[in-house]
Write a protein that binds this ligand. Structure first.
Ligand code: UD1
Ligand code: UDP
Length: 382
């Protein structure tokens, strides 16, 4: 049998971070796999930051991002453009990640084409189709289409079994985000880039740092206004607190954030950071306030408590162990929970004790071994 043809497809910042270690692991097995990378570039600058850091050069770059894009045209564009790539490379396996529009549409395109679909970070569920929107439905559709399901945790596997996915097609791997994080934590010690130099110049050692990120579509509008008003209140009530907020480039996020939070002395609104600089800053922080999925997984590994700006989460593992707490987007609740952790050292310490329910840094090795085994069993020809 010739080389197995792998196509790894992704489009946004978090997918790139979580696929980077998988790409590197596959590329080490050139004798067995011909691995090509396709980026839809659903994100542009925020994707390129990650490609640069991990040294990934896409074989296909669809360059699809449009300013303030909508789900309809994005979905249609990805589907049409991927047809050309699939017909050109003719992959045996297509790898998609998580729950973005890129992942859902790439799964559909691969199903139409007839390639086997490998879903990385499979099985996460809130069972609420409006939250997160549209991600919950994106991952349910991807799950229906996938041939192989790489579940990060035991709970994710249970969700798939409940949907009648065949046990033999599911592998519990841990989350590849931990593979990326562990590598980056090592590398970041040697990095001194402009972003880290700037961050060092503004950090005050006597202040507690709160790091903030946010972007979820269901929080656009009222949610973001409440979040920003809460941050303003926390900053004004606590002179010994610094808030650093790398603002997502989505105009529906940037608009309210800059309008409500500009000009406050102890709030720093900055552009999205490159991944190593963000990892560096997470390590420097006292508390993280976010609606991000990836940050919810990374922070417990770094011993940082997280307040999650959402009412639901498909990542309940860290909530159960107590390092992550859901606070939604209610202004009063965000302020009171933050204040509690700023003032209550014992509770803070309890929450920041290292718990990492998401992986051991070996997820990608497990995925590659599994695919290798399946191809040797000749499953691919079935
Ligand atoms: C997308 C994903 C979401 C994921 C998030 C990670 C979908 C529907 N949404 O949401 O699941 O959690 O990425 O961040 O798949 N923009 C830029 N430059 C960039 C990136 C975005 O200018 O590098 C702006 C553009 O105006 C773009 C807009 O942000 O149109 C929205 O991007 P989009 O990917 O549609 O949505 P996100 O909110 O980023
Ligand atoms: N991140 C980054 N720079 C930033 C903010 C976040 O590199 O300025 C990283 C973060 O470490 C995590 C990922 O981006 O790995 C999370 O991306 P995002 O919140 O956009 O998406 P989600 O994880 O919610 O899908």
């Amino acid at each position: 049998m010739g080389l197995i043809k792998n196509l790894i497809v992704f489009g946004t910042r978090p997918e790139a971070i979580k696929m980077a270690p998988l790409i590197n692991t596959f590329k080490k097995r050139k004798d067995e796999f011909d691995t090509k990378i396709c980026v839809t570039a659903q994100h542009r600058q925020m994707l390129d930051q990650v490609l640069d850091f991990f040294g990934i050069e896409p074989d296909y770059d669809l360059n699809l991002m449009k300013p303030n894009q909508n789900l309809f045209s994005l979905t249609a564009d990805i589907l049409t453009e991927l047809k050309v790539v699939l017909e050109d490379f003719r992959p045996d396996f297509v790898y998609v990640h998580g729950d973005t529009s890129t992942s859902m549409v790439a799964s559909l395109a691969s199903f139409y084409f007839g390639a086997k679909i490998c879903h990385i970070e499979a099985g996460l569920r809130t069972f609420n189709k409006k939250s997160p929107f549209p991600e919950e439905i994106n991952r349910q559709i991807t799950g229906r289409l996938a041939d192989y399901h790489f579940a990060p945790t035991h709970l994710a596997k249970q969700n798939l079994l409940k949907e009648n996915v065949d046990d033999s097609k599911i592998l519990i791997t841990g989350n590849t985000v931990i593979d990326a994080l562990l590598e980056s934590v090592k590398r970041v010690k040697e990095i001194e880039n402009n972003e880290i130099t700037y961050l060092k110049s503004i950090l005050q050692s006597e202040c507690k740092l709160i790091l903030v990120t946010g972007h979820r579509r269901e929080n656009h509008g009222r949610g973001f206004i409440e979040i920003c008003e809460a941050l303003k209140c926390i900053a004004e009530n606590n002179e010994d607190v610094q808030i650093i907020y790398p603002v997502h480039l989505n105009p529906n996020v940037k608009g309210p954030v800059y309008e409500i939070l500009s000009g406050i002395d102890n709030i720093y609104l900055i552009d999205p950071l490159s991944y190593p600089s963000f990892v560096w800053l997470m390590n420097e922080s006292y508390l993280i306030i976010t609606d991000s999925g990836g940050v919810q997984e990374e922070a417990p590994s770094l011993g940082k408590p997280v307040l999650v700006l959402r009412d639901t989460t498909e990542r309940p593992e860290a909530v159960s162990v107590g390092t992550v707490k859901l606070v939604g987007t209610d202004r009063e609740k965000i302020v009171s929970e933050s204040q509690f952790l700023l003032l209550n050292e014992d509770k803070y310490r309890e929450m920041s004790e290292l718990h990492n329910p998401y992986g051991d840094g070996k997820a990608c090795a497990r995925i590659v071994e599994y695919v290798s085994l399946k191809t040797n069993e000749d499953e691919i020809k079935k």
